[in-house]
Design a protein around this ligand. Structure first.
Ligand SMILES: Cc1ncc(COP(=O)(O)O)c(C=O)c1O
Length: 389
């Protein structure tokens, strides 16, 4: 135990090296800091990587989701169906547009939204569906797109976890109507804060770009660069959601390293799987055959009814033993605001609630060593064994 306490294994570490440092220094020396040539390059390379026609860089996934809804004209009186097993921003963007978030329960095998539950919640006011590719595993895309096409609904994918994920051989970002990615500090590809929206729809892309920078007819690069003109017009009351060249400088190299980083994550996920294979109290992630998981998160589910401690105590005991963890997610309907204002409460989404009781996200990042992964797994097993019923 004394040995285990020596070094803390954090839940997350960003995968950065001199390439990002040099590119940021180059941007700082160039004198051009906000959206400009590096953003243009990052957008083009990202679009090519995911196989999307258009990519618009923004300052968060939240911004990207909000822009997608705003650009599609979703507003007051509309309903948008999403999952309760997500981060609050998935739901908040619907509320920002004065529309109503309608929750649909998940499947317990992969924690993704259940297309049948989505269909049950469609009303004449439903305009869109926001699936989340939980942990980096694409949702049941064909079933969901089938529901969406039959009922004329827009599919806005929350791919905060899923850069590099694939569904039936196609990358997330090239599948639904519009997709938003996160480059937050903990994500597979980070720019500190940041995001990207992709779509195959040119008109939607133009509208998203316009709204991402105040609704201006010309961005800063179009006004202050050598080729620019001072004149601009405001064509819509937009938002301040653009990405800076400093962020894009990081993103360009993060993107170049992404395949290697996913391969390393995959390796550590497989090692975790092997370590836990004979531990009945620990359910490991199930990967559906038609996907490539991006392994943003490695989420175990404790069978808490077989233990004498709950998940909160389990996390405390891991921390005492030098292991950082996280929980994805506290269901939306457990938070006070949504409970009080959307009228949902405990008992409404049994699968999400069952998942929530036991999920723990373990450390997973490319720079981990096999020894560290093994130490995390052995510590989990030690705590489980000490608290069996
Ligand atoms: C599922 C999900 N959606 C959206 C977001 C928001 O991403 P961002 O911080 O880039 O706005 C997160 C952030 O962690 C997330 O986990």
């Amino acid at each position: 135990m004394a040995e285990a306490k020596k070094t803390f294994i954090p839940f997350y570490r960003p995968y950065l090296d001199e390439r990002e440092v040099e590119e940021v220094a180059d941007t700082l020396r160039s004198g051009w800091l906000t959206s400009g040539p590096k953003v243009e390059r990052f957008e083009a390379e990202f679009a090519a990587y995911v196989g999307a026609r258009r990519a618009i860089a923004v300052n968060s996934c939240t911004a990207g989701l909000h822009l997608a809804l705003a650009a599609a004209g979703i507003g007051e009186g509309d309903e948008v169906i999403t999952t309760p097993f997500t981060f609050c921003s998935t739901v908040n963007v619907v509320l920002h547009q004065r529309a109503r978030p309608v929750l649909a329960d998940i499947c317990l095998d992969d924690y993704n939204i259940d297309p049948q539950e989505v269909e049950r919640r469609i009303t004449p006011r439903t305009r869109a569906i926001i699936p989340v590719h939980y942990a980096g595993q694409p949702c049941r895309q064909d079933e969901l797109l089938d529901v969406a096409r039959r009922r004329s609904l827009l599919v806005v994918e929350d791919a905060a976890h899923a850069v590099g994920a694939e569904y039936k051989g196609r990358r997330v970002g090239s599948l639904g109507d519009v997709t938003a990615f996160s480059f937050y500090a903990t994500k597979n590809l980070t720019t500190g804060e940041g995001g990207m929206v992709t779509t195959g729809d040119d008109a939607l892309a133009e509208r998203i770009r316009l709204l991402s920078l105040h609704g201006l007819s010309h961005d800063a690069w179009g006004r202050y660069s050598e080729k620019g003109s001072w004149y601009y017009q405001v064509l819509a009351p937009g938002f301040k959601y653009n990405m800076s060249d400093i962020q894009a400088a990081i993103g360009i190299h993060q993107l170049a390293k992404l395949e290697g980083s996913i391969a390393a994550r995959q390796r550590w996920a497989s090692l975790y799987d092997r370590c836990f294979q004979d531990v009945g109290e620990v359910a490991t992630p199930r990967v559906r055959a038609e996907v490539r998981h991006a392994w943003h998160l490695y989420v175990i589910r404790l069978e808490v009814e077989r233990l004498t401690i709950d998940r909160a105590r389990f996390i405390e005991l891991l921390r005492e033993r030098g292991i950082g963890t996280s929980v994805h997610f506290i269901p939306i309907h457990f938070h006070p605001w949504y409970r009080e204002n959307l009228g949902y409460g405990p008992g409404d989404f049994p699968q999400a609630e069952a998942a929530y009781q036991g999920v723990v996200s373990l450390p997973l990042y490319p720079q981990m060593t096999g020894e560290q992964v093994t130490r995390v797994a052995e510590t989990v097993i030690e705590v489980v064994r000490a608290h069996r019923r």
